[in-house]
Design a protein around this ligand. Sequence first.
Ligand SMILES: C[S@@+](CC[C@H](N)C(=O)[O-])C[C@H]1O[C@@H](n2cnc3c(N)ncnc32)[C@H](O)[C@@H]1O
Length: 325
Amino acid sequence: MSRTIPLNREAMAYHNPVMEAELLESLAPLEDGLIVDATFGGGGHSRAILRGLPSARIVAIDRDSDVEVHVPKDPRICFVRGKFSQLIEILGCRNTNGLTADGSDSDFGGIAAVVFDLGVSSHQLDTPSRGFSFRQRGPLDMRMSSDAPLTADVIVNTWPESELERVIRSYGEEPNAVRISREIIAARPITDTIQLADVIASSVPAAVRRRRHPARRTFQAFRIAVNSELEEIQMGLDAAIEVLRPGGRIAVMAYHSLEDRIVRQRFARRTAGCDCPPDLPICVCGHTAQLRSLTSRGITPSSQEIEANPRARSARLRVVERIAP
Ligand SMILES: C[S@@+](CC[C@H](N)C(=O)[O-])C[C@H]1O[C@@H](n2cnc3c(N)ncnc32)[C@H](O)[C@@H]1O
């Protein structure tokens, strides 16, 4: 029987959780385990887990201090502010209220699942003072954690043209990276998000302006650079694999191709076993599979969910299971 966890409407306004039912289904066999919600946000996924798996306990992590007001007052969950790349240190530290596998500093043997819901929350995107939105005027900030040293302002107003171009091309997959970086340099100093969006819009061909917002890819690129998002995913996934118990699961929701590619490649490397040439009579590489994929092509949201929450549109959920060593 599930306990009643109030649906906290304020937290839903903060962020509407994506593929809640699909996530719960993938975690269902873990019942009473210790689950890490590595991207707490508005706590929608944590609340769903507490409702659907009443014997589970949760260590919730987020790098943004704005989320703390949404942590449910429930002894089964504790919140730690930090980056998921620091998962191992976080799980070992005492301030998780003994919610480590056995309350000790070093034994992580009992982690049943780690959940990652990547990217930014609706709250972060929709709060102009955070500087993530190209539609609302705000400072050039884009930090998920307000105490991080690098801001979008530093990138936009001080980085050399070649670095801007590299970031816009590789993190934004923006075909007009050369023009955009040149125009940013020419327009310096750029003081806010709307000025930046206008500079970008005026530097791309008219045909591009008629499609999706021309600043979308460049803003994504700067956000990824400010928060070292891709490095965070790599380190977070590696740490999650390390702390997982046999039979434990990792569930990751990615929202664009760069995120999903890292997830796919990270998992592929650990799901593959021996990679010796087939003509060798015995294995000499020593590689054994650590993970089994449970969602070969990933799960995408239903059309009803996308209609109700268009931000779910690009989500893809991948789930893997730790194989006994
Ligand atoms: C898409 S939201 C998560 C929403 C959440 N699942 C819910 O249901 O409300 C992503 C959250 O992850 C956090 N985040 C992103 N990267 C992080 C990282 N490397 N370490 C910790 N938190 C991170 C963001 O601050 C944001 O609050």
